[in-house]
Design a protein around this ligand. Structure first.
Ligand code: AMP
Length: 462
């Protein structure tokens, strides 16, 4: 997963890109980068770490020009290394070019092998570099035609921003897997971002979402749009963006993420009611909207039973062995006065390995909850994602090899209930499930990837 942001036609392009990336930080915390163009040449700064730690006034001053693109990275292909930080930036026969990619290409390894056999030298392990090589080798006459020819060869998920000396190009893959929106600032600058929350921060107005398969070129303030790819039979917007990944204040695939998550919680309460409970709490922050929906639908009061620390970074190294369980406590702490003697419904967005849920249930009981009923606003996660969500292999996905009852026992919950795939489809406004990818829950992959074989039984040990 990653976040991308781009702007053209503004004297403060790199400063605004910095702010846009800040708003998209939840989409990736490993590395960040900005490439700017002053119309003659491109300048780049990329570093490991968080946006606010990487960029300061002198760094941004070194990124001049009226156009810029930026990227926050959460590695799904290629290791968490500086060489894989984006935007990728190259000089080729046609000039300078930078590219920021959100998504995952499923045929990158095969393409890379062919290119390397042909003498190409790769500088990163990121699947995105394949696009650069294909573009540089294209014999097409114009930059856009080269880019389109390159993209016709790749398969998978890509929302892209490409910057040259004088153009900003935005592309969404034909299945529309990852989001990308177009906005406009009062002064006339055009902005592109993974999520609308980045537009809100810089007071840009949402113009529209890019269409699946759309190529949008902005040059000298003029927009040119085309749809050069074959139309697929169906769309594959990532349903996990709505479940977990996007920020609740964003409008995603045309719907408010907050409203959709609340509807998931209401649907969950209808499908998996808890007959007798005193309060509904959320696992913050990802479970909050669904917990409020669950409370409103069930009539069970909502309260704050868990507090999340905002100062725990992903870089935190857990202590070893005996004090290892402190890990989740650093992130979440229980409010004893709320929980003591109460029968609690706790709502979270997903169970992946099951380790977090187990720690949370134990924490709630240790804080005095007499019963803990766990409700999950997505169906059991049974299949890995090949399109850019960082899910582990099938062996590590607890629901791939265990029943709901077994998982309930493992996490030590008094009961466990998940929303159904159909119910989730209702909540996202796609009842016939024709426009969302649900592969992580259903195993029905968009591009006919071979579903991995039966998983080995994972071991449920503490
Ligand atoms: P687990 O302990 O593996 O079951 O983790 C489940 C928790 O991780 C839930 O609270 C989710 O909100 C969160 N989560 C789900 N998917 C992801 C992801 N791709 N990256 C990071 N966290 C996730």
């Amino acid at each position: 997963m990653c976040g991308i942001f781009g702007i053209t036609g503004h004297v403060e392009a790199s400063n605004l890109t910095y702010l846009g990336l800040h708003a998209l930080q939840h989409r990736g915390q490993e590395s960040a980068g900005i490439v700017s163009s002053d119309g003659h040449g491109l300048r780049a700064h990329r570093q490991m770490g968080l946006v606010a730690d990487i960029f300061d006034a002198p760094v941004l001053a070194g990124l001049p020009g009226q156009s810029a693109i930026g990227h926050v990275r959460y590695s799904t292909a290629g290791g968490s290394l500086l060489k894989n930080a984006q935007p990728l930036f190259v000089q080729y026969a046609g000039g300078q070019c930078a590219i920021a990619h959100n998504g995952n290409l499923i045929n990158a390894a095969a393409l890379k092998e062919k290119l390397e056999a042909d003498g190409a030298i790769f500088q990163s392990d990121a699947d995105t570099e394949v696009i650069m090589h294909l573009l540089a080798r294209s014999k097409q006459p114009t930059f856009e035609q080269k880019l389109v020819e390159a993209l016709r060869k790749v398969e998978g998920a890509y929302s892209l921003l490409v910057l040259t000396e004088n153009k900003l190009v935005a592309v969404r893959d034909p299945l529309g897997i990852r989001p990308l929106v177009l906005g406009r600032m009062k002064e006339g600058a055009y902005v592109l971002a993974s999520e609308t929350t980045a537009l809100d921060l810089i007071e840009a107005e949402l113009v529209r979402e890019l269409e699946p398969g759309e190529v949008l070129v902005i040059e000298n303030g003029v927009l040119r749009t085309s749809k050069p790819f074959a139309e697929p039979a169906r769309l594959g917007r990532c349903i996990f963006e709505q479940v977990y990944f996007a920020r609740p204040d964003s409008v995603l695939f045309g719907s408010s993420v907050y409203e959709v998550r609340k509807r998931m919680g209401m649907q969950l309460a209808r499908e998996q009611p808890v007959p007798a409970a005193d309060l509904v709490i959320a696992v913050p922050d990802s479970g909050v909207a669904a917990a409020i929906g669950f409370s409103q639908q069930s009539g069970i009061p909502y309260d704050v039973g868990l507090i999340r620390s905002h100062y725990v970074g992903r870089t935190f190294i857990e202590p070893q062995q005996s004090i290892r369980h402190f890990g989740v406590k650093l992130k979440l702490s229980a409010v004893k006065h709320v929980l003591k003697g109460k029968r609690v419904v706790v709502v979270d967005d997903s169970i992946v390995r099951g380790t977090t849920s187990r720690k949370i249930v134990k924490m709630l009981k240790a804080a005095g909850a007499t019963e803990v009923h766990l409700r999950i606003s997505s169906p059991p996660t049974k299949w890995p994602c090949f399109y850019g969500i960082d899910t582990p292999s099938r062996q590590e996905l607890i629901a791939a090899s265990h029943t709901t009852d077994e998982i309930a026992r493992y996490v030590t919950a008094d009961s466990l209930g998940y929303i159904s795939i159909e119910g989730l489809g209702e909540a996202v406004g796609d009842a016939d499930r024709g426009s969302f990818c649900t592969a992580c829950f259903s195993g029905q992959y968009l591009l006919g990837e071979m579903a991995p074989g039966a998983p080995e039984q994972s071991k449920l040990t503490a």
